[in-house]
Write a protein that binds this ligand. Structure first.
Ligand SMILES: [Zn+2]
Length: 375
């Protein structure tokens, strides 16, 4: 996940005057959509009992109530359920309103705080990391980008082949000529596709690439692929050239959990290397916080179910798992937080770091760690 642009935009949706309401809602079937207004009401009712809500002034409460009304109005007008889940960000008195569609199911949640609640979004993005799909045969090729909740075709080519090769017993002059022409065509085709793949990968920075086609093509085509892309191809999927594109995509999507696992294993291997060999890795909450403060974090790695309640200084991000009233670093008042790691994620976005939530076991390390830009 290198391009955090859209998420980074959300980070700036931060307002000191008015709170921000973030809603995650599962609307994966029409019944859930129908019930969604009740769900929002109940979540909201529950939030009004929380300390953050109770500490708001009247104008702030007014803003939040406008958020809830706006959300209900939006849900009333929503008829179709083409998305499985949605995320709504609203801060009425700061004129903030944003809806993000999800292709995956998500747990219902409503959070009212001073910044957008990003965790479920970032976790969903880590569950569906960006990768490339290359479908190739002797005559055609397509390249797709699969990213979060979308699939985009980025490249398509048809190679015109000479089909007049016949299979008679011995080769005539004409036949040999045609065969040579066919080989030249194939050479040009593979070269063209591999160059396009290289350019697209340079731009898109795929986390991995899946190759789809027939086995005998893979071996030929792979000779043309540049090293940078070749090492990203961790899986070939045998596909009949006559298969429909939707079916092909469906088959390739089945590789996602396996590929995620592999990606995360590699990520932790890299962390391991950086930590033990280059001192470019840190483990644990305090070490990560310090590295973030110094702007050294390249990739922040958090175990999916890791949460740490505690206290945080909103001005310098100093945190403590135990109650501390005043920041020992800058003398500001410390605030209670339900998750220190969430606060650190906002710091990581500020310095443009990658954020990876991992599903695999991190026991060998700590549930929060980072790979650094320099030591
Ligand atoms: Zn401080």
């Amino acid at each position: 996940m290198n391009s955090n642009k859209s998420i980074n935009k959300l980070r700036f949706v931060k307002n000191n005057d008015f709170p921000i309401t973030t809603l995650y809602l599962d609307i994966s079937d029409s019944q859930k959509l129908k019930n969604s207004k009740v769900v929002v009401h109940n979540l909201y009712k529950y939030k009004t009992k929380k300390t953050f809500y109770k500490n708001m002034n009247n104008t702030q409460i007014e803003s939040v109530e406008q958020d809830i009304n706006g959300i209900i109005k939006y849900l009333n007008n929503k008829i179709s359920v083409e998305d499985k889940s949605i995320m709504i960000i609203s801060s009425s008195k700061s004129s903030v309103w944003e809806v993000i569609q999800f292709g995956s199911k998500i747990n219902n949640d409503l959070v009212i705080q001073d910044a957008v609640y990003l965790r479920p979004l970032l976790e969903a993005k880590s569950a569906q990391r960006k990768y490339g799909i290359v479908l190739i045969d002797q005559g055609k090729a397509k390249i797709f980008e699969r990213n979060f909740n979308s699939i985009n075709e980025l490249f398509s080519v048809e190679n015109i082949l000479s089909n007049d090769r016949n299979n008679s017993g011995f080769k005539g002059r004409e036949e040999r000529k045609n065969e040579r022409k066919h080989e030249e065509n194939l050479h040009r085709h593979y070269k063209n596709v591999s160059q396009s793949l290289r350019e697209i990968d340079k731009r898109k920075k795929f986390n991995w690439i899946v190759l789809g086609g027939k086995n005998e093509i893979f071996n030929d085509f792979k000779k043309y692929i540049n090293d940078g892309q070749r090492e990203k191809i961790k899986m070939d999927v045998v596909i009949e050239p006559s298969a429909k594109i939707n079916e092909v995509i469906e088959i390739i999507q089945k590789t996602e959990s396996k590929m995620r696992n592999l990606f995360e294993k590699n990520l932790l291997d890299k962390l391991n290397d950086e930590f033990y060999n280059d001192q470019k890795g840190v483990l644990g909450l305090k070490q990560v916080e310090e590295a973030l403060e110094e702007g050294r974090v390249d990739t922040l790695i958090i175990k999916e179910d890791f949460h740490q309640k505690g206290w945080i200084c909103k001005s310098c991000s100093y945190s403590s798992e135990n109650e501390v009233k005043v920041c020992s670093r800058c003398d500001n008042t410390m605030e209670r937080t339900k998750d220190i790691s969430d606060e650190l994620v906002h710091e990581a976005l500020k310095i443009n770091a990658n954020i990876e939530y991992v599903a695999i076991d991190m026991e060998k390390y700590e549930p929060i760690a980072a790979i650094l830009r320099y030591n």
